[in-house]
Ligand binder design. Sequence first.
Ligand SMILES: Cc1cc2nc3c(=O)[nH]c(=O)nc-3n(C[C@H](O)[C@H](O)[C@H](O)COP(=O)(O)OP(=O)(O)OC[C@H]3O[C@@H](n4cnc5c(N)ncnc54)[C@H](O)[C@@H]3O)c2cc1C
Length: 526
Amino acid sequence: MKRQRMLKAIRDQGEKPWDIIIIGGGATGLGTALDAASRGYRTLLCEQSDFTKGTSSRCTKLVHGGVRYLAQGDISLVLELLHERGLMAKNASHLVKKQSFIIPNYDWWDRPFYTVGMKVYDMMAGKLGLGPSQSLSSAEVQKAIPNLKTEGLCGGVIYYDGQFDDSRLAINIAQTCAEHGGVLVNYMCVTGLLNNRDGSISGVEAVDQESNTPYSLQAKCVVNATGVFVDDIIKMDEPDAPRLVQPSQGVHLVLDKKFLKGDSAIMIPKTSDGRVLFAVPWRERVVVGTTDTPLDDCVLEPQALGEEIEFLLSTVKKYLTRKPTRKDVLSVFAGLRPLAAPKEGENTSTKKISRSHHLQVSLSGLVTISGGKWTTYRKMAQDTVDKAAIVGGLDDTAQCRTMDLPIHGWLANVNYNDPLYYYGSDAGFMRDIVSDHPELGKKLHHRLPYTLIEVIWSVRYEMARTVEDILARRQRALFLDARAAIEMAPEIASILARELARDEAWQKNQVEEFTALAKGYYLEDD
Ligand SMILES: Cc1cc2nc3c(=O)[nH]c(=O)nc-3n(C[C@H](O)[C@H](O)[C@H](O)COP(=O)(O)OP(=O)(O)OC[C@H]3O[C@@H](n4cnc5c(N)ncnc54)[C@H](O)[C@@H]3O)c2cc1C
């Protein structure tokens, strides 16, 4: 996957229409591109920034059936999530791990209640289940989570869901798509839609953000998969269309693993504001989240609000014997959920808005896919391409193939003790390079596991273009330890400058831009 090659493919396509152009390179757009390319459709995806710069790198990292939606009675969503969870674990085995979750019970009647609920959850997963849930005594819960608050603890329930690395999976989906002939370009912003004489959509206008080169790209069908930004694209088509998406912000705090000992995650089904709170082990850290704050405006780099941070810290403190404070927060990141906007006069709380996906086609043929979850990206893509094939008059004998399609990097047996395990089958190639060039095995920061080879690999084969692409999404340094990421930036910039033939001014600018951005990811002391 090389950007220059992608741009060449665009030039080679010339005036000939693509079967399908997808706007947006998050989970939804990338999944759609993979589905389309693997059906044999000539596919182009344009992402205005880096792949998963939006919500898709900022999720809780759960591949889950949505226990909360079960409590809300949204059975069809839970069934779909559980099915897709199983497929994701099967097809991206190197990135989806089985994770145990414990619901600690502090009221005597919670234990039978959640035990029965989780048995229903297991049953709904059927053959794709990850392991049977079980009721635990108070002593068993304490053994599994040694630093959980014990006062009033009556027991708990253990159940299993999946955990994954969102931006790494996205890159592997992009690579799989490219291997099927798909063309994907990051830093390619769609600025307008093209129309035929009859008003139907015939393609997009886009601008390469690196060179400022404008492109007019013809397509039989255009898919709008821009997450919380779908309304901006819809307005290019229908300026007076009602708003489709209401963004809701979710914030996560990342703490050192010492705050949550053991291998299990904690799931608190009902916090003081009625939300679900997770504390999940992730890459030798703990991710605590999340909040649900309705917002009016969407930005690519959302900022956690003071009250969201205080809410997460004060809530998690109630359950842990070691109490985290602001200075213990290694990283804080915010993402925007693309929830369905309430209809006029409707006053629905964000917690109650369905997380199912929504597909619509405008009169001029713009296919818009919104909502959903990372876990359901594959099914969303399948539904979208089915619809796009009708709208674009594409060969409708081409069937969806992604149910059984291994994602780039897939491995039959994963060794989670290998520091490169999340590169899956690529790790072997990376190790071969390091054995020829041992200097590339050098660690980049003493608090993080990353090595030089990973930077080189991501620039050459994963289309990383900036310091942020490396530190936020190819590696996860920014999300694991924002201060360490800032310290790593100058070395990353110098490697990138060498690899991409950039000058010193570019290098300096990259470090300054990244440092300014990363300052939003750690907390100043009170
Ligand atoms: C806090 C939080 C926690 C979550 N946790 C989970 C979880 O644990 N498990 C789970 O399954 N789901 C989770 N989700 C849901 C999941 O993350 C989202 O449903 C999913 O990432 C949405 O992906 P998307 O591709 O639709 O949107 P995005 O990832 O936002 O992608 C849209 C892309 O479109 C691009 N774009 C916009 N305009 C243009 C343009 N003009 N030209 C080109 N590109 C453009 C943007 O740059 C962006 O990259 C969570 C969501 C949030 C907010």
